[in-house]
Design a protein around this ligand. Structure first.
Ligand SMILES: NC(=O)c1ccc[n+]([C@@H]2O[C@H](COP(=O)([O-])OP(=O)(O)OC[C@H]3O[C@@H](n4cnc5c(N)ncnc54)[C@H](OP(=O)(O)O)[C@@H]3O)[C@@H](O)[C@H]2O)c1
Length: 323
């Protein structure tokens, strides 16, 4: 079968280790299901996989090693089982003794077929396209958990999203408005700020601009360049939620502000299977818009990763498989 996989690591030029070619059909396993992938979506996690896991392992995370290669990329997918069920795949395997992620311990979704534990399959509502469904399991699930579990925003409160047009920021805008919050964003350009406003954001500011008033929570996907601003923007008892950093991990924290304002800094990663089920229900029942920058064939994945690396995607990039 055709797949996109990591052939070797290159921390500085991750796309040099990206290969597209034939891989063996995944073998069936007891209580695992083989899924024909219809659509899959790209995440920064895939770029991290191509860079190699050394940096993440130093920070306590899991990461690929040479011994894991070749490894099929991809966390997110929607597809069809051999008995004809349309499903969305939850990317984390949480069985005792088998813990791991697709594209980590197990081969991922950028392939014509993938095998996953039976309980990782969620029925795809017919009102969601395969392309939309494939966007939800990582970036959107992360945004869902940030807003609804981690941030503890009071009803009708104000949330600042650092970033305007990326995958997690756009999910935060859509989900935040749907929850009744006032949602402000910062963006790097007029174009990205306009993108967020069109999606429903209440206001859009230049990066690191002074805000009209302090906010209840800040969702910071950017990292080092915005963390000082994020902390300054928070009300007393406010929360900074951090799912990652597109632009640098080594941020400066004003510790005096942290304790005098009694702020909280909360890290977050992905979400649970139950949260993904709830997110899928929400997106289907409310017909929430899920911005997709492009739908591509597998052969164009390199250009889409390049756009992601350069911060040029507006929402998600989705691979559509033939068949
Ligand atoms: N912990 C988890 O489970 C999890 C899950 C998903 C993602 N993440 C992490 O969350 C972060 C965001 O993911 P994403 O998919 O939303 O990324 P993305 O689509 O590339 O979006 C990046 C966002 O960051 C903003 N940004 C500001 N300064 C930037 C700079 N110097 N370079 C690049 N972007 C900059 C961009 O603003 P503009 O809109 O103005 O361009 C954009 O909105 C990544 O670090 C990713 O690894 C973590």
């Amino acid at each position: 079968m055709l797949a996109a996989y990591v052939s070797h690591f290159d921390p500085d030029h991750p796309l040099r280790g990206l290969a597209i070619g034939a891989r063996p059909m995944p073998a069936g396993r007891e209580s695992w299901t083989r899924v024909r992938v219809v659509a899959a979506s790209l995440n920064h996690h895939d770029l991290s996989s191509l860079r190699g896991g050394a940096a993440m392992r130093q920070r306590g995370g899991a990461g690929l090693t040479e011994a894991d290669l070749p490894k099929i990329l991809g966390m997110d997918a929607a597809g069809v089982t051999e008995d004809g069920r349309e499903v969305i795949i939850y990317p984390l395997v949480t069985r005792p003794g088998q813990f791991g992620a697709l594209s980590g311990r197990y081969d991922g979704t950028f392939a014509e077929y993938v095998v996953v534990p039976d309980e990782n399959l969620i029925p795809k509502p017919s009102s969601l396209s395969f392309e939309t469904a494939a966007c939800l399991p990582t970036a959107w699930l992360t945004a869902y958990r940030m807003l609804y579990e981690k941030a503890e925003i009071p009803p009708g409160g104000t949330v600042l999203v650092q970033g305007a047009s990326g995958a997690v920021p756009t999910a935060l805008v859509v989900l935040g408005k749907n929850a009744g919050y006032r949602v402000w964003v910062t963006g790097r350009s007029d174009e990205t700020r306009a993108f967020a406003l069109k999606l429903g954001a209440d206001a859009a500011f230049e990066m690191n601009a002074r805000l009209p008033e302090r906010v209840d929570a800040v969702m910071d996907v950017v990292g080092a360049p915005t963390w000082p601003h994020s902390l300054k923007c928070l009300k007393r008892f406010g929360t900074l939620v951090a799912p990652g950093a597109t632009s640098g991990y080594a941020a400066t924290v004003d510790i005096a502000r942290l304790f005098t304002m009694e702020l909280r800094i909360v890290g977050t990663a992905m979400g649970s299977l139950q949260q993904l089920e709830a997110l899928i229900d929400l997106c289907a029942s409310q017909q929430l818009p899920v911005p997709i920058d492009r739908v591509i064939g597998l052969k164009d994945i390199g250009a889409a990763f390049d756009a992601m690396e350069k911060g040029r995607l507006r929402g998600k990039a989705v691979i559509r498989f033939r068949g």
